[in-house]
Design a protein around this ligand. Structure first.
Ligand SMILES: NC(=O)c1ccc[n+]([C@@H]2O[C@H](COP(=O)([O-])OP(=O)(O)OC[C@H]3O[C@@H](n4cnc5c(N)ncnc54)[C@H](O)[C@@H]3O)[C@@H](O)[C@H]2O)c1
Length: 318
């Protein structure tokens, strides 16, 4: 089997370590690099993951590297084709994602500057919260072309919606297709008009009240997990989402996925990072794919764009 390329995951916490493990288990990369500022943590996790290779049957090597606040150790990421940024604090119960903006902006800016220096050709997938703002900040700090900086939110939100619909109807998740657009937060825009179960419109199978209930649960999907865990936030579904995006980029697959991408005229919206459907390839976003929306869905998307636009402007000074 041909393996190629190098992917780095910055931040070896719950999200980062599970993402690194998933990427390694795909067995399509030469190397997965995992970094963190906690000395020894990425090296220890990498050693442990490497030892799972004979059992799980994959050859991709995992390298751990401790990095310093002045950029020490970043040589390890040199030549990365893809960098996933997971560094940053997660929410605690009762916190909104936006409560993390100041502390995570400092972390993400420092990481992004080092990524620009050591992996200048990489496609960057951002997951740190608040997601839309951290994606915009990463683009500013790296000065990478906007297509090469993408955020992960829509894959996760859509997966949560799909899971809830499948649970409600008692069907396989594979038979359900859902879609969420907009921002990763209060202005997430679920798109029931694109939701189907075995090809049948969701609106024929569930009442408007039932759909609303599932939409609300999806919108609060992250908070529901945070409240149960009490320390830390979700990482199994989030890491699956980020890893799939990295795989689509690595394989130049042209898959169309809901991601946080730079919008430049689509839906009549410009100049903002927003959750939309996009075709992914080796250079990140090949193009934003517009899907037909109902009037209220389009209005919701425009509202989300204005809400995140204001916050994205703020990150310049953080
Ligand atoms: N986009 C999404 O859908 C989504 C979903 C879940 C979590 N998240 C976000 O992902 C981030 C990580 O979550 P987690 O559960 O892994 O948290 P975590 O606390 O388990 O891990 C974060 C890691 O980042 C490291 N870190 C901090 N500063 C760093 C720096 N300057 N350089 C390198 N590493 C640094 C920490 O040492 C820690 O190991 C959080 O901001 C969380 O809110 C996003």
């Amino acid at each position: 089997m041909a393996r190629k390329g190098k992917v780095t995951v910055v931040g070896a916490g719950f999200y980062g370590s599970t993402t690194a493990q998933r990427l390694a288990e795909y067995d399509i990369f030469d190397e997965v690099v995992l970094t963190d500022i906690i000395e020894g943590k990425p090296e220890g996790l990498a050693l442990d993951m490497n030892q799972s290779r004979p059992i799980e049957g994959f050859e991709t090597k995992i390298t751990g590297a401790t990095t310093g606040m002045s950029g020490e150790g970043y040589e390890a990421i040199a030549g990365s084709d893809i960098v996933v940024i997971t560094a940053g604090l997660p929410r605690k119960p009762g916190m909104s994602r936006m409560d993390l903006i100041e502390v995570n902006a400092k972390i993400v800016r420092q990481v992004a500057e080092n990524v620009a220096k050591h992996a200048p050709e990489a496609v960057v997938i951002v997951v740190s919260n608040p997601l839309d703002e951290m994606t915009a900040l990463t683009q500013l700090a790296t000065q990478f072309p906007k297509n090469r900086v993408i955020g992960q939110a829509g894959m996760l939100d859509t997966a949560r919606f799909t899971n809830f619909v499948a649970g409600k109807l008692g069907v396989d998740v594979a038979s359900v297709k859902t879609l969420t657009l907009g921002s990763h937060g209060d202005t997430m825009v679920p798109v029931p008009s694109h939701c189907t179960v075995n090809g049948r419109p969701l609106t024929e199978l569930l009442s408007a009240a039932d759909i609303d209930e599932l939409v609300t649960r999806t919108r609060n999907g992250g908070a529901e997990v945070v409240a149960l865990l009490k320390t830390g936030s979700a990482y199994y579904a989030p890491s699956a989402a980020a890893a799939r995006m990295a795989k689509a980029v690595a394989e130049d697959s042209g898959e169309i996925m809901p991601v946080c991408a730079w919008v430049d005229g689509e839906y009549g919206i410009s100049g903002v990072y927003l959750g939309v459907m996009a075709e992914l390839g080796a250079n990140g976003v090949r193009k934003v794919v517009e899907v037909p929306l109902t009037d209220s869905e389009l209005a919701g998307l425009k509202e989300a764009a204005e809400a995140v636009r204001a916050k994205q402007a703020d990150v310049q000074s953080l």
